[in-house]
Design a protein around this ligand. Structure first.
Ligand code: PMP
Length: 364
């Protein structure tokens, strides 16, 4: 069976070992005669899965025990609303760092619940860099500061987590959670849709400091209140059971690999291969400022646009899937999430170098 190198921004590649194990266990999980999809979420078998998923995630990210891990549905987009519904409740003011399409969406939801202020933005240069967050500009009364640690579409990432003093820092980590070590204690709340580094779409992971929960107004719907998930171990209703099972397998895979320290080293090595080539290429270039470059999502451009479709089509024919850039940025984009093997990047770069040679000969 042929597998491709899938450079999709999400849903994206999962580790082959995880897919194979899931396949092996698909019809009868641990001799139960049932698929995980078919078993009661209240069964001891499933409790074992969700408890182990949480334990592994805590271990991987070194999550302090003053934080809860919640498994929710609705994607990261639902968190754009859940965060303000639960946290924008005291001064009802929030400060946002505006770094692209996703921070814009997060802000427009938050505006429905309170006052939103942009404290730093890179809109002036089409979001090609991460702006400096000046601590003195943060409103000391703000309920929280929101950042998008990795901007999936624009290909930028925070290399340093801004210091917000005592103001809780909320992070959309959808596209770089688990990609390298991170100090969870710097954040009040972290959220991430699963479909990049965690597992299948349909599951959202929220890591939240306990003291930030329990302040939502009475009118907050039960299923949008973090407290509901916290008090029930994410089992108030039927959770996305299969997604949680695959996430557990991914967490096991990551632990066996040596955890986030090793994963970070590997991700840096992978991204470096592509960035190094982009630096030397006469045909392709990165639109992103050097100090703001993402390890996970790497957009690249050619001078004209006329070869873009040819490139994407030829690449697909050679087994390099979904390299078309996001429509708001154009060009191409390679997403190198955890499950992308280093060979995939090396082979992509070899393909790009060959493409460059061939088209340069034609006068491009
Ligand atoms: N935030 C970021 C940084 C993303 O990359 C995405 C999805 N690509 C989202 C939010 C939205 O996620 P979802 O589709 O899970 O709602």
């Amino acid at each position: 069976m042929k597998r491709v190198y899938n450079f999709s921004a999400g849903p994206s590649m999962l580790p082959l070992e995880v897919l194979e194990l899931a396949q092996e266990e698909f019809l009868s999980y641990q001799g139960s005669g049932m698929s995980v999809m078919e078993m009661s979420h209240r069964s001891s078998l499933f409790s074992g899965i969700i408890d182990e998923a949480e334990r592994l995630l805590r271990d991987l990210m070194d999550i302090p025990n003053t934080y809860k891990v919640l498994f929710i549905q609705g994607g990261a987009s639902q968190q754009f609303a859940m965060v303000p519904m639960n946290l924008l409740v005291k001064s009802r003011k929030a400060d946002f760092v505006h770094t692209g399409s996703w921070s814009k969406k997060a802000m427009s939801e938050a505006k429905k619940f309170g006052q939103v202020r942009v404290v730093a933005s890179s809109v002036d240069e089409h979001f090609t860099y991460i702006p400096h967050v000046n601590f003195s500009l943060i409103d000391p009364e703000a309920d929280y500061v929101h950042i998008t640690t990795n901007n999936t579409i624009e290909g930028t990432a925070f290399s340093e987590i801004p210091d917000t003093g005592g103001i809780p820092l909320v992070a959309d980590m959808s596209s770089n959670i688990l990609s390298e070590e991170v100090d969870v204690s710097k954040f009040g709340l972290i959220y991430a849709g699963a479909q990049k580094n965690i597992g299948p779409a349909g599951l959202t992971v929220v890591i939240v400091r306990e003291d930030l929960m329990g302040h939502a107004p009475e009118s907050c719907p039960t299923m949008l209140n973090y407290q509901t998930f916290s008090e029930s171990g994410s089992m108030y209703n039927t959770p996305p059971t299969f997604g949680i099972y695959i996430a557990k397998l991914v967490f096991e895979w990551l632990s066996n690999l040596g955890g986030l320290k090793e994963m970070g080293k590997l991700n840096r090595a992978k991204a470096q291969i592509l960035y190094d080539y982009l630096e030397t290429s006469d045909l392709f270039e990165s639109p992103v400022k050097k100090d703001s470059r993402s390890l996970m999502n790497i957009p690249f451009m050619m001078p004209g646009r006329e070869l873009d479709d040819v490139f994407v089509k030829e690449a697909k024919a050679c087994g390099f899937e979904t390299l078309k850039g996001h429509r708001s940025v154009g060009g191409m984009r390679a997403s190198l999430y955890n499950a992308m093997p280093i060979e995939g990047v090396k082979e992509l770069v070899a393909f790009m170098a060959d493409f460059e040679k061939r088209y340069k000969r034609l006068g491009f």
